[in-house]
Design a protein around this ligand. Structure first.
Ligand code: NAD
Length: 488
């Protein structure tokens, strides 16, 4: 599965009207594994975004995508998922080259997960409709769902293809056109993703990609009057700015999937320690910690804490940092130097605040050109420290201990974030008490991490977001509802 990074053909440009379109000025894009330039993308101006959105709106209107029989839309999306799988190696290589996803994960997880997500939403197209509602006997009341027209999507860099599928699949299945702005750090794989959508039969112009910086291209997309709804995944600060723009530019609805600081709450009766440690380790090291749902706060009951911490430390010693194009790599780089400096500064800050690094605390001692950071355990922390309060977005786990259940639950609650949580106990009553109490959009019991159950919506409470991706909720969020009353 190893591949030669310089042998990969990298597409570039915007994708508008069913084809790649050039446009300047350009932004160089680096490979995270060795920091070498892999290509460049145009940096769309507000005028270019305007043309892309006008084009999408016209294509949406004239193609009849929104009024097409739902089963026909479903068939096109199913064909698209099949084409993604048929081209899985090409796409996985492009994804691995340009992001932090190791080739094995990109091929065996991200690609099939992306295709299956599209299939889930394709199946929604003719399953969820409106309502006939109780009104006077001499009338008929109905609530009719309709697509918005053009949905704008702004995506982050951590899982470029699967994040794009979370945004695009429900919007398209519900009959909208879409203009997607990927992260300027990971702009390439979605171009091939979009080409395959058109090959599958999606009318040209119904799925578009505009490239560029968030502050310019992203903001212009959000503010465009023909964009009916915004779907955003990224940091809490950017989400707040986008929500403000949505309020000021058309009072348009917005879905925000934002950051987190998710707890892993472990009780003494959690069971087999090696198995438990494996869950905790996967929870905070997956994608080198660059995952929104990362379980970065270990909150562990005193009776099991030293045994568990020893086992976690033992397990993380097996990680092999390496370039994403090598199959043996099981620990990827951080996305770029800026992010690596941020992670290291957060760790140094914690140590200056009095924390102790039980392991890690620095870069891996490798000279690959990328920025590889060691899995790090920070003990001696408290709820007031920045390392516990703020999202680090790297492989850093803080460790806090507690005595009784009430104390553990109080520590698990975060003052600002509420994206996900893990609860580990063999006591069903305690688990369900914790599920009720924890303020988070997802609570996993005796596991940590997503499954392929696309029916479970994902999205945060509090500063972690607004609305849901995945699930029936994400499909419905791409529709607006019209009330109709017919007098006989
Ligand atoms: P980011 O907020 O820096 O950027 C996200 C996207 O927004 C990029 O495409 C960027 O170009 C664009 N953008 C930036 N400023 C903008 C503006 N003013 N208007 C419009 N668009 C703008 O986030 P990131 O660094 O790419 O991603 C990491 C963050 O994403 C983390 O906080 C992580 O927790 C979060 N995330 C959340 C989820 C979730 O489902 N909740 C999933 C993945 C990532």
């Amino acid at each position: 599965m190893d591949f030669e990074p310089d042998s990969i053909r990298v597409p570039t440009g915007h994708f508008i009207g069913g084809q790649l379109v050039a446009g300047g000025p350009t932004i160089d894009v680096l490979r995270p594994s060795d920091s070498r330039v892999m290509g460049a993308i145009p940096d769309a101006t507000a005028d270019q975004v305007d043309r892309a959105v006008q084009n999408a709106h016209e294509a949406w209107r004239t193609s009849g995508w929104g009024t097409r029989a739902p089963r026909e839309r479903a068939r096109v999306l199913m064909r698209w998922a099949d084409l993604l799988e048929a081209n899985a190696m090409e796409l996985a290589q492009l994804e691995a080259l340009g992001s932090t996803r190791p080739i094995k994960d990109a091929y065996h997880f991200d690609l099939p997960f992306t295709a299956e997500c599209i299939r889930f939403f394709a199946e929604c197209a003719d399953k969820f409709g409106g309502d006939a509602v109780p009104t006077r006997a001499d009338s008929l009341g109905m609530v009719l769902p309709e697509p918005y027209g053009v949905v704008g999507a702004v995506a982050p860099w951590n899982f470029p293809l699967s994040m794009a599928s979370w945004k695009c699949a429900p919007a398209l299945a519900a009959g909208n056109a879409i203009v997607l702005k990927p992260s300027e750090l990971t702009p390439f794989s979605v171009l091939r993703f979009a080409e395959l959508a058109v090959e599958a039969g999606l009318p040209a112009g119904v799925f578009n990609v505009v490239q560029g910086r968030g502050s310019q291209a992203g903001a212009a997309l959000v503010r465009h009057p023909l964009i009916g709804k915004i779907s955003f995944t990224g940091s809490t600060a950017t989400g707040a700015a986008i929500m403000g723009d949505c309020a000021r530019h058309g009072t348009k609805p917005v879905t925000l999937e934002l950051g987190g600081k998710s707890p892993q709450l472990v009780f003494d009766d959690a069971g087999d320690v090696p198995n438990l440690a494996a869950r905790i380790v996967k929870g905070f090291t997956s994608n080198a910690g660059q995952a929104c749902v990362s379980g970065t706060r270990l909150i562990v009951q005193q009776g099991i804490s030293s045994q568990l911490v020893d086992e976690i430390t033992r397990q993380i010693a097996q990680f092999q940092p390496g370039p994403t194009w090598r199959a043996a790599t099981n620990f990827p780089p951080l996305i770029n130097e800026t992010q690596a400096r941020k992670v290291h500064a957060a760790v140094q800050g914690a140590l200056a605040d009095g924390a102790q690094a039980l392991c890690g605390g620095d870069y891996f001692d490798v000279d690959l050109g990328g920025h590889f950071y060691q899995p790090t355990l920070l003990a001696g922390v408290d709820a007031g420290m920045a390392a516990v309060r703020e999202e680090i977005f790297g492989p850093v786990l803080t460790v806090q201990t507690f005595g009784d259940e009430e104390e553990g639950l109080a520590l698990a609650d975060h003052p600002t974030y509420g994206l996900a949580a893990g609860v580990h106990t063999q006591n069903i009553s305690r688990a369900l008490r914790a599920v009720r109490r924890i303020q988070a959009g997802t609570v996993w019991v005796n596991r940590f991490g997503r499954t392929w159950d696309f029916i479970l919506p994902t999205g945060g409470f509090k500063g972690s977001g607004l609305g849901k991706d995945l699930g029936r909720q994400a499909f419905e969020a791409n529709l607006r509802y019209k009330s109709v009353l017919v007098d006989f």
